[in-house]
Ligand binder design. Sequence first.
Ligand code: NAD
Ligand code: UFG
Length: 338
Amino acid sequence: MAILVTGGAGYIGSHTCVELLDAGYDVVVLDNLSNSSEKSLERVEALTGKKVKFYKGNILDRDILNTIFTKESIESCIHFAGLKAVGESVAKPWEYYENNIAGTLTLVDVMRQNDCKNIIFSSSATVYGDPAEIPITEECPKGQCTNPYGWTKSMLEQILMDIQKADKEWNVILLRYFNPIGAHKSGIMGENPNGIPNNLMPYITQVAVGKLKELGVFGNDYDTPDGTGVRDYIHVVDLANGHVKALKKLEENVGLGIYNLGTGRGCSVMELVKNFEEANGIKIPYVIKERRPGDIATCYCDPAKAKRELGWEAQYGIREMCEDSWRWQKNNPNGYEE
Ligand code: NAD
Ligand code: UFG
């Protein structure tokens, strides 16, 4: 039996493939490579010494999905595939709703036709909107999203919950990721953003490697200890391991499970910069800019439920996240491109 990993060539997906293979699972990846490179999967194979069965294709394509379910013996699906750029989603809402929502509906339909009713879905802290409580527990009410990307996550959570409610054969786990950063310790796998990065850590590493001149810090007048935005950064390998634990839970016929995956510790923009500088001995020039529209001041979770019910807890701290992000960027200044 194998695990279908949609979006498995991407940042979080490729790191999860390593942990799944190391845990003894067979892995089948479906990815259209719209935001990734097949090279990430070669690196997964090099690291694990195991094969990944790769299908290049779209989750909107029923034919390829049917081919996979006919040829492979799929027991569960970890569903990463989706578009994720917040700003782009504001400019191209239709493309985001089509890809993320229609794509997931197609996937789930083919899954049920093939009697595979186990899914882990990549959700996000963004579903909490401007959170009603800090630290954020899973009980915290969902909030207003500020962009179509966020709404796709919030709506897909609802869709998957409704499907599970109507058909108890489904097992659905929604994993709400906080801010994944870092890279595999080997330095041969990591985040590979297209163009100028939107997110903080890839921006920092590209300043460090000399591709960008300086970091813009989006606001230093928030109601936080140093005025800059506070987030719950989580090492991507910890996040990947969270999926292995969630899969074990799925195998117990959990029904519905919702879990925050974060460290539970808030870290400001300036703290992350300082940690990066100290961990790697590199200065990161920065300028203070206006607040970025849609940003919130503080977002970190209470990860106790994942610890209690999944037996999962983050192992790595900010320092290791900074070292590992830099090792990847330094060794691969152009990501997976030669
Ligand atoms: P990523 O872009 O690196 O990976 C997504 C993968 O999905 C890519 O390889 C892309 O080519 C593929 N893909 C996109 N649309 C597809 C389609 N229609 N058919 C087949 N493949 C498709 O992103 P990531 O950071 O690894 O994120 C993985 C998942 O986690 C996404 O759903 C994302 O929204 C979610 N998430 C990410 C973050 C984050 O900060 N990185 C935070 C919360 C949630
Ligand atoms: N920031 C800067 N300069 C930059 C980039 C970011 O100062 O160049 C600041 C932001 O203002 C924020 C913090 O760094 O305070 C983190 O910003 P990111 O863009 O790295 O992450 P966000 O928390 O804004 O969003 C991320 C993902 C979303 C996801 C959300 C919650 O991009 O998709 O985490 O999971 F929804």
